[in-house]
Design a binder for this molecule. Structure first.
Ligand code: G4P
Length: 535
């Protein structure tokens, strides 16, 4: 069957990292291998500066060009690879979390000097929620980094995943000589020449061979023999099954900037990374091989030009074939929609697509029908799950500055939160006041700027002393209602009308959890238990 062949050819993944570990550089090198870009620097220009001076104008500029890099599709050795872009700036981590719902695996970049960093842990927590398979690339071996064994221990401990090195560095920093590939017993010799793509590879069938000393010197040869003995003794053989179950991460060492170690990783990636996987819905599992089309929206990108209010909704195809101009069922709105200009993004060019297959991402022009998480099918009423909202970290009260423009403000804030720029909570018992929750300060600047420029509405924000939003649930509806009544000042509803407890501090939250054992507090909007959250 043609569809099955197409599915098996596809790999859909994202690169994630703590800012500065080398995600952009690695993306670029992968695209060079895939022939999707011809020159280094093409992706870099798309990046938001991470310095303290980075402001919302950078984001506005970025918005103009980032549609093209939202999905970077390229072909490599007959495999059709969809690389989904994730924003590097930590204020946009929620965007990254949502994008991770649309991939089947990830490559995690670690800086060998800094090891596991704050954002690395947060991203890994999201991967663990879905058991997403992870390949780890330890980057910047041309710098004086930490001991590789220590790095592996830290990965296991902080990321709560078993690791298995598949390549191993010979020295580091100025003395970096290359990597030994544990899976095919060959050495890639390091050459700091950034333009080179082909590498010096020497096969070493037996590490005891004297040739090893000739190639890397006696001291390093002995060290490598010792290291490899230890690795083979301590770590189990690499096994694809636990990797695919998200329990075991193969580790590669290299230097993205020097294009070193990247191709080995890519070659392994296409061998082991999973093809498009099934996705869970509120009623059943949807498998990619099913004949009927289904998909969900994980990202919405608004046009930067305020005269054109259209947006692009990015949809991951989950099953069947997506076809241009065919009517599909928008489950939430119970509406039939068809798309005359669906776009794919091959080699950084936008193309109108006639047919797309599971694993592919299609850009749909939208005039306001979509919000994040929306499902399209051929008629079946199902809703993909696994695209939860996460608790924001900063909360502010939205104050309307121009009562004549109340409608515009309402519409603007509804659309911006549909896009996922930030989350909106309403305190119904307190005069319906609106609270905006976001991960970073930048989002508030973005909202104010966009409300003013796109909706001609004016607002200001007043700081609020909340620390976390917790979605509430309980098996005892009365207990939940009583809690909600008692804590009115700290209760709000999210956009779907679900009750949320706004905690002032970790201590307060813990206190409530102790005092109200029947009420469950969740820091994401989706949770597994079957409970009522009737409000
Ligand atoms: P990010 O997207 O994860 O935030 O990281 P990015 O690729 O932008 O890399 C962050 C910095 O680390 C960049 O330097 C980049 O050149 C450098 N880098 C990436 N890979 C390597 C590597 O293998 N070795 C070394 N030594 N450096 C590496 P920058 O000075 O911030 O930016 P730029 O001026 O070079 O563009």
């Amino acid at each position: 069957m043609k569809a099955n062949k197409e599915i098996n050819k596809r790999r859909t993944f994202a690169i994630i990292s703590h800012p500065d570990a080398g995600k952009t550089t690695l993306t670029e090198k992968l695209l060079l291998f895939g022939g999707a870009i011809q020159v280094a620097g093409a992706v870099k220009s798309n990046k938001i500066k991470k310095t303290a001076t980075s402001d919302f104008m950078d984001i506005e500029r970025q918005r103009g060009i980032s549609v093209a890099t939202s999905v970077m599709a390229f072909e490599y050795k007959g495999v059709y690879i969809n690389l989904l872009d994730t924003p590097g700036h930590k204020d946009f981590s929620e965007d990254t979390y949502r994008t991770l719902s649309a991939v089947d695996s990830v490559i995690l970049v670690i800086d060998c000097v800094n090891g596991v960093e704050e954002q690395t842990e947060k991203l890994m927590n999201v991967c663990r929620m879905r058991d997403t398979p992870v390949i780890i690339f330890i980057n910047k071996l041309d710098r004086e980094g930490r001991d590789p064994f220590d790095l592996l221990d830290e990965l296991e401990e902080k990321l709560e995943i078993r690791v298995r090195p598949l390549s191993w560095p010979i020295e580091m920093g100025d003395r970096f000589k290359g990597v030994y590939k544990l899976y095919d017993h060959s050495i890639n010799l390091f050459n700091a020449n950034k333009q080179r793509i082909e590498q010096d590879v020497v096969s070493i069938d037996d590490l005891a061979d004297d040739r090893l000393e000739e190639i890397i010197g006696k001291k390093d040869a002995n060290q490598l023999r010792e290291d490899v003995e230890l690795i083979e003794g301590v770590y189990d053989e690499f096994d694809k099954e636990p990797y695919r179950a998200g329990k075991l991460a193969p580790v590669f060492f290299g230097s993205a900037l020097n294009n070193f170690g990247v191709q080995e990783m890519l070659d392994n990636f296409i061998e082991i990374a999973p093809e498009p996987q099934g996705r869970m819905t509120d009623s059943r599992m949807v498998e990619p091989e099913e004949g009927k089309f289904s998909g969900f929206v994980f990202k919405i990108h608004a046009n930067i030009d305020p005269r054109h209010r259209d947006r692009i909704a990015f949809l991951r195809v989950c099953s069947g074939e997506f076809e241009r101009n065919k009517f599909y069922h928008h489950v939430r709105l119970e509406k039939r929609l068809r798309f005359s200009n669906p776009a794919t993004f091959m080699a950084a060019r936008k193309n109108i697509v006639e047919t797309a297959y599971p694993g592919d991402v299609v850009g749909l022009y939208d005039s306001g029908n979509f919000k994040i998480g929306d499902t399209l099918t051929e008629g079946e009423k199902l809703q993909f799950i696994g695209i939860p909202s996460f608790s924001p970290e900063i909360f502010k009260l939205l104050v309307n500055q121009d009562p004549m423009k109340t409608k515009q403000l309402e519409k603007g804030i509804r659309q911006l939160t549909d896009e996922g720029v930030a989350q909106l909570f309403r305190q119904e018992q307190l005069g319906n006041q609106k609270i905006i929750g976001a991960v970073g300060e930048l989002q508030f600047d973005v909202i104010r700027y966009r409300l003013e420029h796109e909706y001609k509405a004016a607002c200001r924000f007043e700081p609020m002393n909340f620390y976390k939003a917790c979605w509430l649930a309980s098996e005892d509806e009365e207990a939940l209602k009583a809690f909600v009544r008692r804590k009115a000042k700290n209760i709000a509803v999210d956009k779907e009308g679900r009750p949320v407890y706004l905690a002032q501090s970790a201590w307060m939250l813990q206190n409530e959890q102790t005092n109200y054992p029947d009420v469950k507090f969740h820091t994401t909007s989706e949770f597994k238990e079957t409970v009522t959250n009737g409000y």
